[in-house]
Design a protein around this ligand. Structure first.
Ligand SMILES: [Zn+2]
Length: 233
């Protein structure tokens, strides 16, 4: 699935009243422009949301938050790669379990590096950025990309990341809800059956989500639903 198709799917599940908001409309245009950069460079239209000359106070508020989250998410990904170098990780082509442990070590060290930073002013925002860096891995070209030989599966990677926070982390539930929403979006985009009835609290909800992922991986439903979807598109 291309980025544009994913954007269309996301919009489909967005509350319609939100779509009337001009800031949301402009944000959608901005994202559509951003994905064109993968093929060809063009200038950022400053009539669209931008950090340099925000068009309204509301835009300034959200752009600054989004910018900070983006920068921390990218920093986390770069720290992850740096950790492979610092630990001199050498992959073993015959041992995927070992390779996954190396990835886990890079993830957990990058997490600590960002969260323990002395200049760290806003732990919640940094934590959220790290989770988002992991959550975006759900939305790649093919849903079966969540299963990986060398890296831990994406769902496992996200849940492991939540564990790094520890239960004392302020507003941990808010982070867990964002993860749960991302899981739900993934299920909806790929027509994966799930029920909304369900959990008494967020931990139970995430446990149910993980059972769905386990099931998908066992039955290869991910691939089947992708094929079905491809016929629709
Ligand atoms: Zn890695």
């Amino acid at each position: 699935m291309t980025h544009n198709q994913i954007i269309k799917e996301v919009i489909k599940y967005t509350n319609n009243t939100l779509l009337i908001n001009p800031l949301i409309q402009n944000t959608i245009k901005l994202v559509e422009w951003a994905v064109t950069l993968a093929d060809k460079y063009s200038d950022h239209d400053i009539n669209l949301p931008n950090p340099e000359k925000p068009n309204t106070d509301e835009e300034k508020f959200y752009v600054e938050k989004t910018n900070a989250i983006f920068q921390d998410a990218i920093a986390y990904i770069m720290y992850h790669e740096c950790m492979h170098l610092i630990y001199n990780h050498q992959y073993d082509k015959n041992d995927d379990t070992y390779n996954k442990e190396l990835e886990k070590e890079a993830d957990s060290s990058a997490f600590k590096f960002i969260m323990d930073n002395e200049e760290n002013q806003d732990n919640f925002q940094k934590g959220l950025s790290i989770v988002i860096a992991n959550v975006i891995l759900l939305f790649r070209a093919h849903p079966s990309d969540i299963v990986s030989k060398r890296h831990p599966d994406t769902d496992i990677r996200i849940i492991t990341c939540i564990d790094y926070f520890g239960e004392e982390f302020p507003r941990l539930d808010a982070i867990k809800y964002i993860v749960s929403l991302a899981f739900e979006l993934f299920f909806r985009i790929y027509d994966i059956p799930y029920k909304v009835e369900r959990a008494n609290d967020i931990n139970e909800l995430l446990n149910i989500d993980m059972v769905i992922f386990d099931d998908l991986k066992k039955q290869d439903v991910i691939r089947q639903s992708f094929n079905k979807r491809e016929r629709i598109l």
